[in-house]
Design a protein. Structure first.
Length: 375
């Protein structure tokens, strides 16, 4: 016997379609607002205040002016860049007059721009370049070559990447490895020279974290050990259909041609995502520097995030620290936007005309037009 279905009232529809969905997403949204957006808004407001934990007063752009005048925190100093350029190229000779048309001048200008930045900005960029080379580019090729290995070796490597290791514990252990007097590295060097029968060949051991030239490299090494995104790349490689590789072999493609035409295009979305994650995490380095060097020696390893901490909690310049944090935040947003424009995640849109190729083609056309207009 046919029975009429109960009519859904407006209240029932509202509960099912609205309250249920918002109820599920409410905890995550609440955490994002409280621990994400509210600290950001408070930091922006404090950047315009003279705050010292006792009282606060509005000071306009004074904190930003103080950051621009700080040799450690300033994003760029034209005076420092000009002085470095003049010291690199003879300013009052024919060499400098001809320099604008040479590659040497371009290199000097890039170096001058780099040394025109504050110490914290230079150190952070230098650290980011090292991190991207070691923990972003290298794992891609390691994962690609590992896929050609036996399955048991792939499982062992994936198990090693799954092992949970505390970042701070690993950093503390590696700090003792670098110890000059009783560290493992200098101990191995001493034992090596004793083994070959020439203990007198080395009298001064590397100072590692106390050396201005080696400190940054010593900080990067723990990141290589603790963070290897190869597991993400291996998982993505296993999702590429084998038919594509078989078709490439039929067309006569070799090993490296298959990597270039099949593997890398299919990994493009993953590479673009990991690039953003690596960039942001590298620019925000804090814990490793705080444990190992505290920004030393001679500010050679001080990063932007660590200098923000020092300004706010050691020098009690909270407004200036928040002003630097706001400038740092805007820089990361701009960098992420540029990266998303140059490296689109969509494979089809990237294949129409590669964004990077299009970008450099326009740069080449603009350079050719400027060169043709020169007298």
């Amino acid at each position: 016997m046919w029975e009429p279905k109960p009519v859904t009232t407006d209240k029932t529809y509202f509960f099912r379609k609205f309250m249920f969905r918002w109820g599920i997403s409410a905890p995550g949204l609440f955490a994002q607002i409280v621990f994400g957006w509210m600290p950001l808004i408070v930091s922006i407001l404090m950047a315009f205040q003279n705050f010292n934990f006792h009282k606060s007063e509005w000071c306009g752009l004074d904190n930003f002016k103080a950051v621009l005048n700080d040799p450690i925190a300033t994003p760029f100093s034209l005076t420092n860049a000009e002085e470095h350029f003049k010291s690199s190229v003879s300013y009052y000779t024919e060499t400098h007059i001809a320099a604008p048309n040479t590659f040497l001048s371009g290199w000097y200008k890039v170096r001058s721009f780099y040394f025109g930045m504050g110490i914290a900005w230079r150190n952070t960029i230098y650290y980011t370049i090292l991190i991207l080379g070691l923990t972003f580019l290298m794992p891609i090729f390691v994962a690609i070559f590992l896929m050609e290995m036996p399955p048991w070796l792939i499982r062992i490597m994936m198990l090693m990447w799954f092992v949970p290791i505390s970042d701070m514990a690993s950093t503390i252990i590696l700090k003792y490895f670098y110890n000059v007097d009783y560290g493992l590295l200098n101990g191995l060097i001493k034992n090596f020279y004793d083994f070959i029968g020439k203990p007198e060949a080395i009298r001064i051991f590397p100072r590692w974290l106390n050396s201005p030239d080696l400190a940054m490299l010593c900080i990067v090494l723990p990141q290589l050990i603790m963070y290897m995104p190869g597991l993400v790349y291996i998982t993505s490689l296993q999702g590429i259909p084998q038919d594509l590789y078989d078709a490439a072999e039929i067309d006569g493609c070799g090993f490296f041609q298959k990597i270039w035409h099949v593997t890398l295009p299919r990994l493009r979305p993953v590479i673009a995502t990991m690039l953003v994650i690596n960039l942001i995490s590298a620019f925000q380095v804090f814990g490793t520097i705080m444990i190992m060097t505290q920004g030393g020696p001679a500010n050679k390893t001080i990063s932007l995030a660590y200098y923000v901490y020092k300004l706010a909690f050691e020098y009690v310049e909270v407004g200036k620290g928040n002003a630097l944090a706001v400038m740092f935040f805007l820089f990361l947003i701009t960098l992420t936007f540029i990266q998303r424009k140059l490296f689109p995640e969509d494979i089809d849109s990237a294949r129409q005309e590669g964004s990077i190729k299009k970008f450099f083609r326009k740069r080449k056309e603009r350079y050719a037009a400027n060169t043709a207009n020169r007298p």
